[in-house]
Design a protein around this ligand. Sequence first.
Ligand SMILES: [Zn+2]
Ligand SMILES: [Zn+2]
Length: 186
Amino acid sequence: MKITIIYDNMPPLKKGLQADWGFAALVEAGRERKILFDTGANGEILLSNMGILGIEPTSIDEVFISHPHLDHVGGLPRFLDQNNAVKVWVPPSMGEGIYEKETAVVQGPIQIHKGIYSTGELEGIEQSMAVETSSGLVLVVGCSHPRMKNILGSASQFGKVYGIVGGLHSTSPESLKDLGLICAAH
Ligand SMILES: [Zn+2]
Ligand SMILES: [Zn+2]
């Protein structure tokens, strides 16, 4: 499993990448499946950063939207201009038929592929992704609005959570103390 952060408000490590408020990451897991997790706020910046990182939009199989805040979905229309064949997983808070694209609405905690899970929408706002690795589950989160205790609670039904990557808005350091890996972004 590999995670590449494409869009973040932290200063980028690689030359040419633009920082902007929002989050997007590429998750490569399972049988080389490529999932775009969130799309950042601005489609031009998303596509520019993808280009610099050598990520071809047409190589993406699926998009997983954590929650409908603009800094996570704003880049979606421009991405869909490049690749409209992707399956788009959304939480119910997103609403249906968004951007005239049929979406797969995740109602509750589910396995979306072998070894890849959604916590389901929590607190009426946000879903997170959990991916199996040899060390345990790695959680990919957008903003963590539903609070870490609830996110970890839902994810743990799929296995022991080892690490977390993404935006940690509503997170006390205490709630992360049992994790082996923390990659705080956004
Ligand atoms: Zn948010
Ligand atoms: Zn956010």
